[in-house]
Design a protein around this ligand. Structure first.
Ligand code: DGL
Length: 268
């Protein structure tokens, strides 16, 4: 199968890496909407419009047969709209929030849970609702951390600056939250710094849980695999920053221009 995975930028590469491990026999097309990043500070309606435009491109021009929304902000605001748009073509659409919550509750052994995310993800409340539905008495702290995304995009992953930012956002959770959900696909890159600020807390990200959920439906694939990368802005910058995520320079990368969303999607 051809699976489309998208994020506002490079954060979704954490999901891509997990998806390749879990489903080596499927072809993957990764689209980073780098011309429009960040999604996390934008209104729900804008995130829905951007997400539909990305999905429309992936379905109609790249012929993907399944879609993974590797962005918590887009999963929070746009998942129902994407699922509705893809339904007519029988294209399954997977988000990252539900698998992230499952993984967190599997790991949780008591105490409070924290969710760190973009302003959009925290404001949209998808994590809080999913946690409350499964564990109604759980103490949950949802914390927007808007400066984490630009830090990661700059490759500023270690040292005093990210540590001070992390301390300002989440220092109050020390000795309070035992499980911390990294509710943004960029945040796993800050694991070292967050571990220093929140020693002893379990840091859970949704990348592997999402890959597991997708492979449970699509299987591991029987083809030769392979990945193609698409971006809506600088190719070189994506390759430079993306190397932090993948450990190798993403390649090949192709620039694409997204047209307007054209739902309901039609066959290519
Ligand atoms: N990676 C996106 C997420 O998981 C956030 C980045 C952005 O603000 O665009 O929410």
């Amino acid at each position: 199968m051809r699976i489309g995975i998208f994020d506002s930028g490079i954060g979704g590469l954490t999901v891509l890496a997990a998806a390749r491990q879990a489903m080596p026999g499927h072809e993957i097309v990764y689209l980073g909407d780098t011309a429009r990043i960040p999604y996390g500070t934008r209104s729900p309606l804008t995130v829905v419009r951007y997400s539909l435009a990305v999905a429309s491109h992936l379905v109609q021009h790249e012929r993907v047969e399944a879609l993974v929304v590797a962005c918590n902000t887009a999963s929070t605001h746009a998942l129902p709209a994407l699922q509705a748009a893809c339904q007519t073509l029988d294209i399954p659409v997977f988000g990252v929030v539900e698998p992230g919550v499952e993984a967190a509750l599997e790991a949780h052994t008591g105490g409070a849970v924290a969710v760190l995310g973009t302003a959009g993800t925290v404001g949209g409340g998808a994590y809080q609702r999913a946690l409350a539905a499964r564990a109604p008495t759980l103490e949950v702290h949802a914390v927007p951390c808007p400066l984490f995304v630009p830090l990661v995009e700059e490759g500023w992953l270690h040292g005093d600056v990210p540590r001070q930012v992390a301390e300002a956002y989440v220092g109050f959770l020390r000795d309070r939250a035992t499980t911390v959900i990294l509710g943004c696909t960029h945040y796993p890159l800050l694991t070292d710094v967050l571990g220093e600020v929140l020693p002893g807390a379990r840091l859970v990200d949704s990348a592997h849980a999402t890959a597991r959920a997708v492979s449970a439906v699509l299987g591991a694939g029987e083809g030769s695999g392979g990945v193609e990368f698409l971006v809506t802005d600088h190719v070189e910058r994506f390759q430079h920053v993306g190397a932090h995520f993948l450990g190798t320079v993403p390649s090949p990368v192709r620039w694409v221009d997204l047209g307007p969303a054209v739902p309901p999607f039609t066959s290519p």
